[in-house]
Design a protein around this ligand. Structure first.
Ligand code: GSH
Length: 215
């Protein structure tokens, strides 16, 4: 039986999982959670993931409640040794390092902006949001110095997570020429099928925030 992904298209972490499944041609059953109507807070879903976040993946008895754990699991289980998340300890550690950067720095900067705007605690992007986002851009630009991909010499799941975060964040605070390495890296995804084929996710995300986004 294919793994089941509880998901919503407009979520950047869900898009990172979509990209991984597409790149590896893994069959994953999608169960769309009506996130905008709080379906993730209903008892049925809380029994699977008490922390009520999407994406969540089940595979038999296994339950994973974080996108980074999901993508590394999918590669290891269904395409073991693939360069998206290889078995070499050093490469794997470098990838994990950047997955944690996404979890701890880049995605929280995006989430801070989205949650504040969605809860109507602010009506537009604030200086505090910009500061956190620019901080993440600045670190990522430095990580990318002299490199093509964020973690290893090849494209990995760390690139997938960070591009989905940055592509969404870029709608609120466009990546400027202050971050040339970041701009060059972002451009590379224009040629990556798994990114292009999941553009619908960013379009849905943009629609949700169109009232605060400048043309
Ligand atoms: N670190 C988590 C973050 C997931 C996350 O925050 N997802 C958002 C949607 S983009 C969510 O489910 N929010 C609902 C909630 O926290 O109740 C991951 O990478 O899976």
């Amino acid at each position: 039986m294919a793994p089941i992904l509880y998901t919503t298209d407009l979520s950047p972490p869900c898009r990172a999982v979509y990209m991984t499944a597409k790149a590896l041609n893994i069959d994953v059953e999608h169960k769309i959670i009506d996130f905008l109507n709080d379906a993730h807070l209903k008892d049925d879903f809380l029994k699977i993931n008490p922390k009520h976040t999407i994406p969540t993946l089940t595979d038999g008895k296994l339950i994973l409640t974080d996108s980074h754990a999901i993508t590394s699991y999918l590669v290891t289980k269904y395409s073991n040794g693939n360069s998206l998340y290889p078995n070499t300890p050093e490469d794997k550690a470098l990838i994990d390092n950047m997955l944690h950067f996404d979890s701890n720095v880049a995605f929280p900067a995006l989430l801070n902006t989205c949650a504040t705007l969605r809860l109507k605690l602010a009506s537009q992007v604030t200086p505090d949001m910009i500061k956190k986002i620019e901080n993440a851009y600045s670190f990522l630009d430095k990580f990318l110095e002299g490199k093509i991909w964020v973690a290893t010499e090849k494209m990995t799941i760390a690139d997938f997570h960070l591009i989905t975060t940055v592509a969404a964040t870029n709608l609120f605070v466009p990546v400027s020429s202050c971050y040339p390495n970041l701009l060059t890296w972002m451009k590379k995804f224009e040629d990556i099928d798994a990114f292009k084929e999941t553009q619908f996710s960013l379009d849905d995300f943009r629609d949700l925030f169109k009232h605060v986004l400048k043309e």
